[in-house]
Design a protein around this ligand. Structure first.
Ligand SMILES: C[S@@+](CC[C@H](N)C(=O)[O-])C[C@H]1O[C@@H](n2cnc3c(N)ncnc32)[C@H](O)[C@@H]1O
Length: 363
């Protein structure tokens, strides 16, 4: 009975993602998955729904996303197959049936969806934080804390002034284009994640690409290795809700970034309390918190729980927000979490003014 109810929740979410995911190959994957359990007897679907029950704190949206990432991990590291961007429903059904009939691989798959968390890390997402850092602090020496750093390439990439991809910049004052190549000066960087990027590299890389992006795999692997060798950003393995225990007492940062992390969290009251504590205990007087996420900004607060995509992946649902002195503002709205297309957030004029005033106070 429980399994039937669980399957219904999962299949409803699969249907939603089948309709809205931006990647056509992933939509075909969800189509294949949804056609697998016609008689209610698919071993794979039974493993999936039993695993979902073991993760009471995981939303169906995140879990369905995780199922795809785990399949991609199996494709890359077990089947050694990386060019599946042309897979349609039939190819995915064949693949899923093969997985279902392989005991060892099915156990591996189950382990991934029971224990792992989606760890997609995209350097391009750190473009907006870099632009805001430049708007608020010019190239003054600043300290930055990155929460939920994933592979830990975002803050090191900003620190090393790595180039970002050009974007379709539809902001009124072309703010992204204007600031994207400015040099910033990070004198201290600390990055935090619940998983150590060095232990989780394969998993994070398996999460990091849509099938149509897989051609960038080797390039990102090289970029990551190279940055890790050069960066001065210190990594700390910690749950962000206990982050104070891993910092010096009263250790303060000019900027705290949380990119694409809070959407994974169930208890949104805890998120709000954490943001308050960070503001009080770990931000300098002119410090700011920058958040990238699938969220909305309403009544001066960040709010999570909104959908990730509209039909076929469109809809500017991925935002960059900035919190100044406890007040949340909407800075930029992105075409999606890949951050290649941007429009003004509703508060961008206010932010530009605050940044200008704040810069003149910064010592
Ligand atoms: C989707 S990845 C985002 C990575 C990177 N910040 C980016 O935007 O590309 C989310 C990361 O948040 C981490 N995370 C989620 N909840 C966390 C928590 N409570 N404490 C520390 N890290 C957490 C996950 O392990 C994962 O690496």
């Amino acid at each position: 009975m429980l399994q039937t109810k669980t399957k219904k929740i999962l299949f409803d979410e699969i249907a939603e993602q089948l309709d809205t995911h931006p990647d056509i190959c992933i939509r075909s994957y969800y189509k294949a998955l949804s056609s697998l359990d016609l008689n209610g007897d698919s071993r794979l679907i039974n493993v999936i729904s039993a695993s979902f029950l073991k993760r009471p704190n995981y939303t169906s949206k995140l879990f369905v996303n995780l199922i795809y990432r785990a399949t991609q991990y199996i494709m890359l590291y077990e089947y050694r197959h990386s060019s599946f961007h042309e897979f349609g429903e039939k190819e995915w059904i064949d693949l899923l049936k093969k997985l279902e009939n392989d005991n060892d691989l099915l156990i591996k798959f189950e382990e991934l969806i029971t224990k792992e968390t989606t760890q997609t890390t995209i350097f391009q997402r750190y473009l907006a934080p870099k632009v805001l850092i430049s708007m608020f602090f010019n190239n003054y020496e600043i300290s930055v804390l990155d929460l939920g750093c994933g592979l830990n390439i975002g803050l090191p990439g900003i620190e090393q002034n790595e180039e970002f991809n050009i974007v379709e910049d539809n902001t009124t004052d072309n703010l992204i284009t204007k600031y994207m190549n400015d040099k910033v000066h990070i004198k201290k960087g600390v990055a935090v994640d619940i998983g150590d990027p060095k232990d989780k590299k394969d998993w994070a890389m398996a999460c990091g690409f849509y099938p149509q992006e897989m051609y960038m795999f080797a390039q990102v692997a090289e970029f990551t290795k190279n940055l890790w060798g050069r960066t001065n950003v210190k990594f700390k393995k910690a749950n962000v809700y206990n982050v104070s225990q891993y910092l010096e007492e009263n250790e303060k940062f000019d900027v705290i970034i949380a990119s694409t992390m809070f959407y994974q969290h169930e208890n949104l009251d805890d998120v709000e309390i954490l943001l308050q504590k960070l503001s009080q205990n770990h931000l300098t007087q002119n410090g700011i918190i920058i958040i990238n996420d699938f969220m909305v900004v309403s009544e001066s607060k960040f709010r999570w729980g909104s959908s990730w995509f509209d039909k076929k992946g469109e809809g500017y649902k991925y935002l960059t927000g900035v919190m100044v002195k406890g007040v949340a503002y909407e800075a930029f709205k992105w075409g999606n979490g890949r951050c290649n297309k941007v429009v003004d957030g509703k508060d961008i004029k206010t932010i530009t003014k605050i940044a200008k005033d704040s810069k003149s106070n910064f010592k």
